[in-house]
Design a protein around this ligand. Structure first.
Ligand code: TXA
Ligand code: MG
Length: 329
């Protein structure tokens, strides 16, 4: 692939969805907003386009992609649903929930997108721009987050451009996204598994299932060598600046990522960003990746993060922060 492309950036006004669909149909790579984060889309049935996508992101190709479709009917063309997964789809789609399901017998999605697995991750996004593009294109679109592999996920078109300009064909700018963390991923296995906490809180899903969601095994089964949710590698969502969690005080030279109305009493940090002064976890999720990027750009010696409650969207926020804090080699 030519890695020096002219990346066009268009606002999401009338006609943008048709432009995006035309680009996808030609094997192009199109970044667009979903309610969770910006995605980098490619035609899910076009192995060559998917290969370009992996290359543009610098993504290890064993890491499978989520197929995005416009509704449950379209999802049933690519995956097999049982009573339980239909219940989840009907309750939460369109919305920030991805279901991992057995592939349908005649699933047209390229094997490269599913990394050779027997299962496929499917999602129906709620963002109007994403929905318009999926409807205009009429086929499944694979879309990982539109960042370089390992970087912080993009929540604005500017984030996408800073990572991927010159490497992709088109960016549809629909303004900042409103959820701010990626979709929750549920593996619809015999025992339903929470493969990734995300924009849909665990408790909502458990209410519909009528049972608790099992987590990933703590015993190392979710490792880089043998991943259950293969993208859940320990070091991910990575700012370049070291991140220190559950900070009760500030060290010299650290910037502060605060949460709540009392950003660390007595702290003299010159650089402070608050995820939510009101202590609202929904607002905090929407601000998370943007604040991490902004603090990372300040060149501080470290980023100290105040404790964040682990309930509701806090589970996804803390998951991303733990990954951001893993020391990089
Ligand atoms: O909110 C989102 O889900 C965003 C937007 C753009 O839709 N997309 C996103 O995609 O976060 P990505 O590629 O960054 O993360 C997809 C995750 C990875 O952790 C991958 O390993 C996992 O889904 N995954 C995909 N297919 C899978 C499968 N068959 N079994 C288990 N995990 C799978
Ligand atoms: Mg990602």
């Amino acid at each position: 692939m030519k890695i020096d492309l002219n990346t066009a950036i268009i606002p999401s006004r009338e006609g943008a969805a048709e432009t995006a669909a035309g680009c996808l149909a030609n094997g192009g790579l199109v970044a667009f907003p979903t309610e969770t984060v910006y995605g980098l889309g490619a035609d899910a049935t076009d192995a060559r386009a998917i290969a370009r996508l992996y290359q543009a992101k610098g993504r290890p190709s064993f890491n499978p992609l989520i197929a995005h479709v416009s509704d449950l009917d379209a999802a049933r063309q690519i995956a097999r649903f049982d009573e339980r997964s239909i219940r989840l789809a009907e309750a939460f789609w369109p919305g920030p929930l991805t279901l991992v399901l057995p592939k349908a017998p005649d699933c047209p999605v390229a094997d490269l997108a599913t990394a050779g697995l027997e299962t496929i991750a499917v999602r129906v996004p709620a963002h109007p721009v994403a929905r318009d593009i999926l409807r205009a294109f009429g086929k499944p679109v694979v879309a990982p987050s539109a960042n370089l592999s390992g970087h912080v996920s993009p929540t604005t078109a500017a984030h996408v451009v800073s990572d991927l300009a010159g490497r992709i064909d088109l960016v549809v700018d629909g303004g900042p996204v409103y959820v701010g963390v990626e979709s929750t991923i549920v593996g619809c296995f015999e025992t339903p598994l929470l493969l990734r906490p995300g924009g849909l809180p665990r408790a909502d899903i458990e209410r519909v299932l009528g049972t608790a969601l099992a987590g990933l095994p703590e015993d190392g089964a979710d490792t880089d060598a043998h991943p259950l949710a293969p993208g859940m590698m320990a070091s991910h969502y990575a700012p370049r600046t070291p991140v220190r969690l559950n900070a009760q005080h500030l060290n010299t030279g650290e910037a502060l990522l605060a949460f709540g109305p009392n950003p660390m009493s007595g702290s003299s940090a010159s650089i402070v960003m608050n995820l939510s002064a009101a202590g609202d976890l929904v607002e905090a999720a929407a601000n998370l990746f943007g604040h991490l990027r902004a603090l990372d750009a300040k060149g501080s010696q470290g980023i100290a993060v105040m404790p964040i409650p682990d309930e509701g969207l806090g589970e996804a926020i803390n998951d991303r922060l733990r990954r951001a804090a893993v020391p990089r080699t």
